[in-house]
Design a protein around this ligand. Sequence first.
Ligand code: GLN
Length: 236
Amino acid sequence: MSESTVRIGLVLPDVMGTYGDGGNAVVLRQRLRWRDIDAEIVEIDLPDPVPDSLDIYTLGGAEDSAQRLATRHLLRYPGLQTAAGRGAPVLAICAAIQVLGQWYETSSGERVEGVGLLDATTTPQLTRAIGEVTTTPLLPGLSAPLTGFENHRGGTTLGPGATGLARVSRGVGNGVGDGLEGVVQGSVLGTYMHGPALARNPELADHLLCRALGVDSLPPLDLPEVDRLRRERLRA
Ligand code: GLN
């Protein structure tokens, strides 16, 4: 590893990684390597303290009991909070939005204190949101529709400190009637989209990489197979 290697933190994939969300870290690494930028994935598992020195972090979704374990761990080892505080980009998928919020209620109605990086609270809804979701991004710098697969019972309400990542055109999204999907607050970006989200939304992947590298843009990649996959998903 050289000093310029971009270090991607894959946070707690042993408890938070439903639907192959760990693939988001692989996509980030590969999109850097294709551009001849050294990159490596640093996997942080449950016994490990969370380092605050990495360049970018990703967290996946989880079932209620697993997300409780993750919440406790992140509060005990606040490296992620320190890193986000200095502007390191953090991608939070599904349960990770809930965990990084102020608090969330599990499907059995128990309220759990969150990590507090996001001005967001989550309560269980009457029906589970399952299926494809398509959205129009609200985040400046993104223009292509975002697509993914959602499966969650929690509905997330954003407070004034946070904004939506996108507006839902198909599917449920945050699920509290405001038409929003996902959340953005400072360097933390959350979405209910599995997929993995970054494999299905390369523009979002490059947006996060630009933030991690402190650059305005990256050389485009010509990947017809990704374009084909996106066209199929958007048509379906
Ligand atoms: N357990 C959470 C919910 O059902 C998150 C699920 C997930 O990450 N897919 O809302």
